[in-house]
Ligand binder design. Structure first.
Ligand code: SAH
Ligand code: SF4
Length: 359
């Protein structure tokens, strides 16, 4: 017993290197009194070669590798659980250094060249959308940039596959953790090697965060979870609407597209009888008429709240298609999101379902 505890404690004291930027690796290497070029070598082993141990870093020399083993480790996150869906979607439960759990999902689509990872930016979420499993959980804490980046690296190490696209659509509201999220995006681009255009940040509508992203001027994609074209419905299902009202939000989005020149995605969850009415589809089309955007409809994925109640239903396929047709009337492209991993609760908004039920 004592031996295994000691091992755990020792491992907790080691500095994890995966998920750090090159500058952070250089700082660590200099603190160890080593020449700076060693950091670049380690950076290559971690990000390009996906090594899982210092022994694989053959250009470092045995003595240096031994020193590193005493002070550092590769991965920050531990895989607590991995589930593979019928459609090959993989859901990872990661244990953070403080024992908390977050989830990430790896999805492959039919073209097989696109491998998309969905990462978490917070443990839980404070926004409390009434249809989302993460919202039911409440807010626990922000993730660090390193914890966000190491989700990608841990998935690549485990699966042996290179991720091409990243969506910040796991647990949490990225723009309530904006600085760490921006820092993580820089490392994703510069160290992990993901194209900025293949990175999407999805927000429930945090105006100061949208403003901050606009200033940072990263050529990434922004997605806004709009979900309702009228304030009354939106306040009900996305409670943060009371803090950041719909009118001001649309203004800030327009400002974002006008000044960056980039097209945004409008996400819209279809809840039967709540957001799928024909007049709402028409109002949605009007609302986004002057915004450079496309619309992505997300049919509700079943999630039960803490009391085991299912508050909403998914509209029928016919109702989804009717909504799509009406939403297209001002000329925007409208797509219906392809569902992945529902059988393992890995689809949008389902994260944390099983874990909650077994807790
Ligand atoms: N917090 C961010 C990103 C995470 S959620 C946001 O809200 O934008 C990613 C998308 O899934 C969001 O558009 C979210 O509203 C949606 N979503 C959440 N729960 C869902 C559910 N049960 N069914 C379908 N989509 C859901
Ligand atoms: Fe938070 Fe997004 Fe879920 Fe809303 S939908 S509770 S913002 S994670």
């Amino acid at each position: 017993m004592s031996t295994s505890n000691e091992t755990v404690n020792e491992s907790a004291n080691l500095k994890a290197l995966s998920g750090l930027s090159l500058a952070e690796l250089e700082k660590f290497i200099e603190e160890m009194g080593l020449p700076k070029y060693r950091a670049a070598q380690i950076h290559t082993w971690i990000y390009a070669k996906l090594v899982t141990s210092f022994d694989e870093m053959t250009n470092l020399g045995a003595a240096l590798r031994d020193r590193l083993k005493q002070e550092a480790k590769i991965g920050l996150l531990d895989i607590a659980h991995l589930q593979v869906s019928r459609d090959e979607t993989r859901k990872y439960l990661f244990k953070l250094p403080d024992g908390k759990i977050v989830e990430s999902v790896l999805m492959s689509f039919n073209d097989r060249t696109t491998l998309t990872a969905c990462v978490s930016s917070q443990v839980g979420c404070a926004v409390g959308c009434t249809f989302c499993a993460t919202g039911y959980l409440g807010f626990k804490r922000n993730l660090t940039a390193q914890e966000i980046v190491d989700q990608i690296m841990a998935i690549e190490r485990e699966s042996g596959k290179r991720i091409s696209n990243i969506v910040y659509m796991g647990q949490g509201e990225p723009l309530l953790n904006t600085e760490e999220v921006i820092k993580s995006i820089h490392t994703m681009i510069e160290s992990v090697g993901i194209g900025a255009r293949h990175i999407t940040v999805s927000t429930s509508g945090i105006i100061p965060g949208i403003e901050r992203l606009r200033e940072e001027d990263l050529p990434i994609c922004l997605a806004l979870s709009l979900h309702a074209p009228d304030s009354k419905t939106r306040e009900e299902i996305v409670p943060i609407t009371k803090t950041y009202p719909l009118g001001a939000l649309m203004e800030s989005l327009k400002n974002y597209t006008d000044s960056t020149g980039r097209r945004v995605t409008i996400e819209y969850v279809l809840l039967a009888g709540v957001t799928d009415k024909p007049e709402q589809a028409k109002a949605l089309a009007e609302m986004v008429r002057d915004i450079h955007c496309m619309i992505n409809l997300i049919p509700f994925n079943p999630t039960a709240n803490d009391l085991g109640e299912m508050l909403y239903e998914r509209p029928t396929r016919e109702a989804q298609l009717r909504f799509k047709q009406l939403a297209e009337r001002t000329g925007k492209t409208v797509t219906i999101r392809l569902e992945r991993g529902t059988d393992i609760d890995a689809a949008c908004g389902q994260l944390h379902n099983r874990f909650l039920q077994t807790k």
